[in-house]
Ligand binder design. Structure first.
Ligand code: SAM
Length: 240
């Protein structure tokens, strides 16, 4: 369970109504029973439930069960989609290890301004579900050109280009990540909008010194499918 409170031995944790309802009425936990909580900074803790009357009074942190792990420096940069598909894409990116989610305004981005709060709550839900302890950073939307210009020199960019010649993405990535780029430690996966990238955007990102242009196979994937495919490939090469 994600709690927005400092975690240390004996720390008292207040619960919001939704959390109290979930623990007491859905999980039917009794006073003294424990749950695992994380706040994205202090690792994972076992916390004991205290109930007053019918509602949960709160939790008390008892012992740390896992140390905090630094998230992989993996930015998932994507042209936002409409609601339900954006929810799906955010959840999959978090499950697949993205440490930051960067909505991109590309020439053919269709969705209106992204709802960052909604993205954040989807990211928390995905983190709770897959047991990661660090919360991905949800970044403000940025123009594609500005994003590319802001890339650090040593960030390895996996540019998913539907127009890239079909080749084995694993080979392309292995070649890029493991050879010659002194074990890059910073990554970005870039996926375009439903209408695809325009050539100026291709040229811009391909000019980034550490850019690997990757085909995800002979078929055109929907952007949310491409997210899962691309991140799965990156994770398999990084083994993280
Ligand atoms: N222009 C096409 C279209 O309108 O159907 C492709 C857009 S595709 C739906 C959205 C994004 O997913 C692309 O910009 C690319 O980043 C990624 N993508 C989809 N299929 C891909 C593939 N076979 N190889 C590499 N990237 C792909």
């Amino acid at each position: 369970l994600f709690v927005d409170a400092p975690l240390a031995e004996g720390a008292r944790i207040a619960l919001d109504r939704g959390q109290a309802n979930y623990l007491v009425n859905v999980l039917r936990l009794k006073a003294g029973e424990t749950v695992l909580v994380f706040n994205g900074r202090d690792g994972e803790w076992k916390a004991e439930l205290g109930i007053e009357g019918r509602k949960a009074a709160g939790l008390v942190a008892v012992e740390r069960t896992r140390e905090q792990t630094a998230p992989l420096d993996l930015v998932y940069a994507f042209a936002p989609l409409k609601h339900a598909r954006l929810d799906y894409m955010v959840q999959k990116a978090v499950e697949m290890g993205a440490g930051a989610l960067q909505p991109l305004l590309t020439r053919r981005t269709q969705a209106a301004r992204v709802n960052l709060e909604r993205m954040r709550s989807n990211a928390v839900e995905a983190a709770e579900q897959c047991g990661i302890l660090s919360l991905p950073e949800i970044r403000e939307e940025v123009d594609f050109a500005k994003f590319v210009k802001g890339l650090e020199e040593d960030r390895l960019v996996v540019f998913c280009d539907e127009d890239a010649p079909v080749a084995n993405p694993l080979e392309a990535l292995r070649k890029g990540v493991l050879e010659g780029w002194n074990n890059a430690a910073k990554f970005a996966v870039v996926v375009g909008p439903e209408g695809g990238f325009v050539d100026q955007e291709r040229a811009l990102v391909s000019a980034h010194e550490k850019c690997i242009r990757v085909s995800l196979g002979p078929r055109i994937l929907r952007a949310d499918t491409a997210a899962v495919a691309a991140l799965a490939i990156v994770q398999s090469v990084l083994g993280d």
